[in-house]
Design a protein around this ligand. Structure first.
Ligand SMILES: [Zn+2]
Length: 240
């Protein structure tokens, strides 16, 4: 075979070899229980949530008549594995299965006004992490949260509504984030949005401070805790 023929043969065979290698490459598998396996599982859960939110937004853009705006209905929901815990607000748009276009039963959903870390909430998350072995917790705040808005109005002396004892306990949990956002000089809607973001970070901090068990799971790499904010456009913006 002449030199030119050899070069031509290599040029022809290289792409064929690349396609073959791609088809036959085995997926990387990690030994169960190792930190690498936990990380791979957490990455998969998070990418599934990102993809689900993208599908939800596409369905939203297609209009309310599109049946895809609803979360997909599973034929055998009970057989689907739970993937993530989502702590979010009780406000009506904050339906995690809808936002992440998940099947019923795929998300361990914990909802409370202002997505705060009250003892019952933390206990629920401990159950999800320990008993159900859920590897990811998303703390999901949202733009224009009425609980955060009420807390800011209270701090500004602009809330004329009577606050109950239980309501005050909730506002007390929101107050550090609202105070910090005010100190940072935000005003109007920017103040509300900054307080919402600060509150997500504050809730994550509180969960890990108030639960040594969750802190340990996170420290061991068995639980990944991430923050995010749901915007009015339906997009979930992930916090660093
Ligand atoms: Zn809210």
């Amino acid at each position: 075979m002449g030199r030119l023929s050899r070069i031509l043969a290599v040029l022809i065979l290289l792409p064929v070899a690349a396609v073959w290698a791609k088809k036959t490459a085995a997926p990387v598998e990690f030994k169960a229980g190792t930190p690498e396996a936990a990380k791979a599982q957490q990455d998969l859960v998070l990418s599934t949530l990102v993809k689900g939110n993208s599908e939800f937004r596409k369905a939203q853009a297609a209009g309310p008549k599109s049946h895809a705006t609803k979360a997909p209905q599973a034929k055998a929901a009970s057989k689907l594995p739970l993937r993530a815990m989502v702590l979010t607000c009780a406000d009506s748009p904050m339906d995690a299965e809808r936002i992440f276009h998940a099947h019923p039963g795929e998300i361990f959903s914990v909802r409370v006004a202002g997505n705060v870390a009250s003892p019952d909430v933390v206990a629920s998350l401990e159950y999800g992490a320990h008993e159900l072995n859920l590897p990811v917790l998303v703390v999901l705040g949202h733009q224009s949260c009425r609980a955060v808005e009420t807390c800011l109005a209270n701090l500004a002396g602009e809330n004329s509504d009577r606050v109950t004892v239980n309501g005050q306990a909730l506002l007390d949990r929101l107050e550090p984030a609202c105070t910090d956002a005010k100190k940072d000089g935000f005003k109007g809607d920017a103040l509300l949005q900054a307080a919402v973001t600060d509150n997500v970070k504050n809730t994550i901090r509180s969960i890990l401070e108030e639960s040594p068990e969750l802190w340990q799971l996170q420290h061991q790499g068995k639980l990944r805790v991430v923050g995010a904010v749901y915007t009015k456009s339906g997009e979930v913006k992930w916090l660093e």
